[in-house]
Design a binder for this molecule. Structure first.
Ligand code: DC
Length: 211
């Protein structure tokens, strides 16, 4: 079973994807890390985020084990990832690795922005996770505070608005729900309630496929 989870920054998609992977004993790929690691590699090589050739080379040569995940998870790296992710040729360089991951025997859970639309349009289950910008900013603020980063709620909310606009407005694989995705708004849901709803969606989709 392939489960595709898409949604904007801090919508709760990562947590849901991890929990679904645990429940169904499937491997999980957080595809945002690939874009974050590409941005980090460009920084390390002193290259500009708009340098297409360098971005392609970085994407092709990615080894996630070479990066400190805490560094990849910072606000700055999320912002930089969103900038490089708008380069179509760089996205192309990451497609095959993501598809290979999805094709593992037994399936996989992938989360990102374009999993249900571009990477795995044939996914068995597609969930598009949303939440209001204010709720997402609050969640991101808590997450960053827990990691010891300095938190400025206003700046985080502004970042989220900017990131939504960039990720949804780009020409290449923009953030959008696949027509056959189930929508899950987590604004008013606890993590457990959102997970229960996701399980219900998976059951319902599987039932439909087996009917
Ligand atoms: O999910 P995240 O916040 O870690 O993603 C960081 C950025 O990477 C996001 O703003 C846009 C880009 N991204 C993408 O374009 N496609 C994906 N499948 C995953 C992430």
């Amino acid at each position: 079973m392939i489960i595709a989870i898409d949604g904007p920054a801090a919508s709760g998609k990562g947590t849901l994807a991890r929990r679904l992977a645990g429940r169904y004993a499937l491997p999980h790929l957080d595809t945002g890390l690939l874009y974050r690691a590409t941005a980090a590699a460009l920084f390390d090589r002193g290259r500009d985020l708009s340098d297409v050739e360098a971005a392609i080379a970085a994407a092709r040569g990615l080894a996630l084990t070479d990066f400190d995940e805490a560094r990849l998870r910072t606000r700055e790296m999320g912002e930089a990832a969103s900038v490089v992710a708008a380069l179509p040729a760089m996205r192309e360089a990451l497609i095959q690795a993501q598809r290979n991951f999805a094709q593992r025997p037994g399936g996989a859970v992938l989360d990102g922005r374009d999993i249900g639309t571009v990477i795995c349009p044939q996914a068995d289950v597609k969930i598009f996770v949303t939440a209001s910008p204010e709720v997402r900013a609050q969640r991101r603020a808590l997450e960053l505070a827990a990691r010891g980063e300095k938190v400025d709620y206003g700046a985080i909310l502004a970042d989220i608005a900017k990131r939504d606009a960039r990720d949804s407005g780009r020409a290449a694989a923009p953030l959008k729900a696949a027509p056959d995705a189930a929508l899950l708004d987590t604004s008013r849901l606890s993590v457990d309630a959102a997970f229960a709803e996701a399980l219900r969606i998976v059951d319902e989709r599987q039932g439909r496929r087996n009917a």
